[in-house]
Design a protein around this ligand. Structure first.
Ligand code: BTN
Length: 252
């Protein structure tokens, strides 16, 4: 059966394909420095030799098998203190697009690791350029494990491994761009509460007791949600604590 994939209307009007680059985020950053780049411009590639992950990590991906791209957004009227909503909206978009091709529902491990059946299937790296207290530009970099069948880490999975199906990369790329467009319009119209509520519906470990680690050591706690500045709120036996992304590890 032929699967129908949604197509974006205004994002991704211009898509540039590079057989190889350092990192699509860095490539987009370079373009910004050398001339005007329109909102919605996309760079995607077969291979990144220096793919960047969150918290200074490296994003590894077998050449030609997966989706690796970055998109430029210029959200007018987004306060720098609301930057985390870009993470939420991008995470929701990737989940919505993947839910169309997977048999199981995806989840978002805060801030925006995309999980399915307890394994990571996609990652998102949002980098912003601020102007005063506003977000001027955002580079949203997305890596989706698509047709790769083996990973060095057991925590990783792909669409192929989950479904046995080989998906045409460009079809899913357009579907993800359409999903970003949908969520981005919500963000642009100030629908922050809606984004947060939708995020909570698929937020991994929310409302459950799990083990975490912070600078004081291992503890048991329950994720309550995300506070106004984007920090994770975790209820511990004796207090409610707020964490930035580098300050907490999820154990089990
Ligand atoms: C993470 O989960 O650690 C975030 C991974 C983000 C990877 C994507 S791949 C395309 C874009 N270019 C990069 O260098 N990183 C992002």
């Amino acid at each position: 059966m032929h699967k129908y994939f949604a197509k974006p209307l205004f994002l991704g009007k211009k898509i540039e394909f590079l057989p190889e680059c350092h990192s699509t985020n860095d490539e987009l950053q370079l373009r910004l420095g050398t001339g005007s780049v329109e909102e919605g411009f996309v760079i995607h590639t077969d291979n990144q030799v220096k793919g960047k992950g969150q918290r200074g990590s490296t994003w590894l991906s077998e050449p030609g098998q997966n989706i690796l791209f970055s998109i430029l957004l210029s959200p007018s009227n987004l306060l720098a203190s609301h930057t985390h909503f870009l993470n939420l909206m991008a995470g929701l978009a990737v989940c919505n697009a993947l839910d169309e091709v997977l048999d199981q529902k995806t989840e978002l491990k805060w801030p925006n690791d995309v999980y399915v059946s307890n394994r990571k299937i996609a990652g998102i790296l949002v980098e912003t350029i601020l102007s005063g207290n506003q977000v001027d530009k955002a580079i949203v970099g997305i890596g989706i494990n698509l047709n790769q069948s083996h990973f060095p880490l057991p925590v990783a999975t792909s669409v192929k491994m989950e479904t046995g199906k080989h998906i045409i990369r460009d079809d899913l790329l357009l579907a993800v761009l359409a999903a970003i467009e949908e969520q981005y319009l919500i963000l642009k119209s100030g629908g922050f509460d809606q984004l947060k509520l939708d995020y909570y519906k698929i937020m991994r470990w929310r409302g459950e007791l799990h083990e975490f680690k912070d600078k004081e050591g291992v503890f048991e706690g329950e994720i309550i949600g995300i506070e106004d500045f984007g920090r994770l709120m975790v209820k511990r036996s004796d207090r409610l604590e707020r964490y930035d992304v580098k300050e907490i590890q999820f154990l089990h």
